[in-house]
Design a protein around this ligand. Structure first.
Ligand code: SAM
Ligand code: SF4
Ligand code: F3S
Length: 473
């Protein structure tokens, strides 16, 4: 069943199901091992790195082998029904391991833990721990409780937890690019979305701790940070020590100033909140990447209103025009939902025509999946038949394929500065990296290595990759 087309490695679900590689071992003696698998958005992946840090402090080292684990954790996503089904299937497999090794603990973390709370323990008998996204500091105590034979649950949401003082342990890292959480939660209440219920109120992390984390990453050899939040443009931190308010634009500036060699990306922007100040800051700093993920969800103003997105089709288009005016070569991507409650054929066509206007380089497309407890589930009927949702999604996917190929073809003949992320999957003799606009570039390796910036002439492309030759001085 398709409910999504994912063309990019950095976004949400492409990384679903990847297990983490073993974490580096710190000073604390490792007595036991945990295995963690993460699903959902980049924020969940970043949270798993916080969890790894908390557990390591308490004598747990990471392993990639479930058989070696004393504790199996699954960091879950609730965004669509399918995401939850995937988790349940995986849990069934983990429970087989537990049958063979009964002393092993299984813990459910993240958004599904928050949504289902203690119900999880009734539904999934062999689960020992249920821990919500704001309760990870209590994980060691909960593990202890579960080791003593109790079922352990903590799903309290917090108004101020940001894990600001915890240095995440980079799991499954390429050593070049890293996610840095700058805020938690969301105040937006889009009617289709479960996130405000699973992640709680929006809070911004201390700007100084963000800069410190990015500096440490740079000193360790990382060359790109992606600042993460559900709505980064509403980042807002009051620094009482200096009596200043830090906006998102100001935060980007602070991070960009660490070094011109450190690339700065961010995700996700909400069309209602992205400001000229942000766009002008992007223009001012060469190391802030020209790429914006600007989810639109629908091209119909009536549907957008029902979704509670608080902007119209025209507002969105005017934002795109402004981005193109200030940052002519900016890469643009989006999220789309087809078949939202009461969406008509005409309104679906409006989504297609909006895509035609914007020609997104990348689009993450889903059919609407009703989530229990959301505004839409309570107020509207999920009345577009599944077959219609799927057909509309396929039409959208087909249109986007044309746009993404056109977007790649227009880059042939150009030269880009590429940050090398590693060896190409297809050949040991080739490297891959990304350009400023987040497009994947592959080229013969010569003397170059991971973490280098390389100027690459683009000779050809596929729908997902630019292929070129490095300029060698
Ligand atoms: N905060 C981001 C924003 O406002 O655009 C996105 C957050 S959400 C984690 C990622 C995407 O999942 C959304 O942009 C939306 O397209 C999709 N999504 C969320 N709820 C959905 C639902 N109930 N059914 C289908 N897709 C959904
Ligand atoms: Fe969900 Fe809307 Fe918040 Fe994004 S902005 S996380 S879609 S409620
Ligand atoms: Fe999923 Fe929670 Fe992220 S619902 S998309 S893991 S915030």
């Amino acid at each position: 069943m398709i409910d999504t087309l994912v063309l990019d490695k950095t976004h949400d679900e492409k990384r679903q199901g990847e297990a983490y590689a073993a974490a580096p071992i710190g000073n604390t003696a490792i007595q036991k091992h945990f295995y963690i698998e993460s699903y959902g958005c980049a924020m969940n992946f970043a949270d798993s790195e916080v969890v790894a840090s908390i557990l390591q402090e308490h004598g747990y080292g990471a392993t990639t082998q479930t058989e070696l684990a004393d504790l199996i954790l699954i960091n879950t996503c609730s965004i669509r029904e399918k995401a939850e089904q995937t988790v349940r299937k995986r849990l069934t497999e983990f429970k087989q391991h537990k049958r063979a090794k009964p002393e092993m603990l299984i813990g459910v973390l993240g958004c599904m833990a928050e949504r289902l709370k203690a119900k999880f323990l009734e539904e999934e008998k062999l689960v020992d721990l249920v821990v919500g996204p704001d309760a990870y500091r209590s994980l060691p105590a909960l593990v202890e409780e579960a080791n003593g034979g109790q079922k352990a649950v903590n799903v309290l949401l917090s108004r101020d937890e940001t894990y600001a003082d915890i240095a995440p342990i980079r799991l499954n890292s390429n050593g070049v690019t890293a996610f840095v959480s700058i805020m938690r939660g969301c105040n937006n209440m889009c009617s289709f979305c479960v996130v405000p219920f699973t992640r709680g109120r929006e809070r911004s992390r201390d700007a100084n701790s963000i800069v410190k984390e990015c500096e440490a990453l740079f000193n360790e050899g990382y060359r790109e940070v992606t600042l993460l939040g559900q709505n980064v443009d509403s980042y807002h931190f009051i620094d009482e020590s200096n009596d200043v308010t830090v906006s998102f634009a100001k935060l980007m500036q602070m991070v960009a100033k660490i070094s011109p060699l450190l690339r700065v990306r961010f995700s996700t922007s909400h069309p209602k909140d992205i400001t000229d100040e942000v766009l002008l800051t992007m223009k001012q700093y060469d190391n802030i990447c020209n790429y914006i993920h600007l989810p639109v969800q629908s091209g119909s103003t009536r549907v957008l209103q029902m979704m509670n997105r608080t902007y119209s089709r025209e507002w969105y288009i005017s934002k795109v025009d402004r981005i193109r005016e200030l940052l002519p070569d900016c890469g643009l991507s989006t999220d789309m939902i087809t078949g939202f409650c009461t969406e008509t054929e005409e309104e679906h066509k409006e989504s297609l025509s909006l895509m035609e206007y914007c020609k997104f380089e990348l689009a993450y497309m889903y059919f609407y999946s009703e989530r229990p407890g959301t505004l839409a589930a309570r107020r509207f009927e999920d009345d577009v038949p599944l077959e219609t949702k799927k057909r509309r999604l396929q039409e959208m996917v087909a249109l986007h394929r044309i746009h993404s190929l056109e977007g790649m073809q227009k880059e042939v003949g150009k030269t880009f500065k590429v940050l090398v992320e590693g060896t190409s999957k297809k050949s040991e003799e080739e490297l891959y990296g990304r350009n400023d606009q987040n497009k994947v570039v592959v080229f013969p390796k010569h003397q170059f290595k991971k973490g280098d910036y390389v100027m690459v002439n683009i000779n050809s492309c596929t729908a997902g990759t630019l292929i070129g030759e490095a300029i060698i001085n």
